[in-house]
Ligand binder design. Sequence first.
Ligand code: SF4
Length: 231
Amino acid sequence: MTSLNPVFRIGEQVDEVIHLHFPHLSDAEVKSRTLKMLEMVGIANQEGIYQNYPHELSGGMRQRIMIAMAIACEPRLVIADEPTTALDVTIQAQILDLFRNLKDQINSSIMLITHDLGVIAEMADYVVVMYAGRIVEKGTANEVFLHPSHPYTIGLMASKPVVNKKVDRLYSIPGSVPSPIHMPDYCYFRDRCDKRFERCNGHYPPEFALSETHKTSCYLYENSDLNRKED
Ligand code: SF4
């Protein structure tokens, strides 16, 4: 929402992206492409919005404009970092719907970075879980949500509220992330892990395969069938 320049009209800001990426287009062609982008992100009165300044639009509309700017240059990959943060739940749902529809219309992939497990479950085909800057688990959304394997992922799943299940306190993983200036050479999660065992005092665990697509960096899976076969 704050990525738009407050002193330029919406049209000028989207036009600029198109001008830079497609310098051979005339001004009229650029404008018509901008209007098409606004239409693609679900903006009804494209000519009117083209003339507006960012402060004249709601948060959800500004988010749509940002998405229009992102897709205007026909990227192969859109990186959406917490795209629904600071939006109310209704607008969140609309923005997620928009991403889902756009994915099929533009020929690109979307990398969604978020802390919201609900959003991931609804949106992602493939999930990568990171802890302290490293990938600890990856797999298809079904694999990670139905069979979380790394203790950090298991802790994350346990900490989300469940509809119809009343609890006094939600689970939280004890301890805190290691300091980035003193990263240990053993598993970064070791000091918070309730499953740690002697092996975990060694070097940072490599990636172990649980299936063709499901991988985890945790010594608990060192001797799983797939890894034994790979040995
Ligand atoms: S390698 Fe050991 S300490 Fe690290 S997550 Fe796995 S069980 Fe826990």
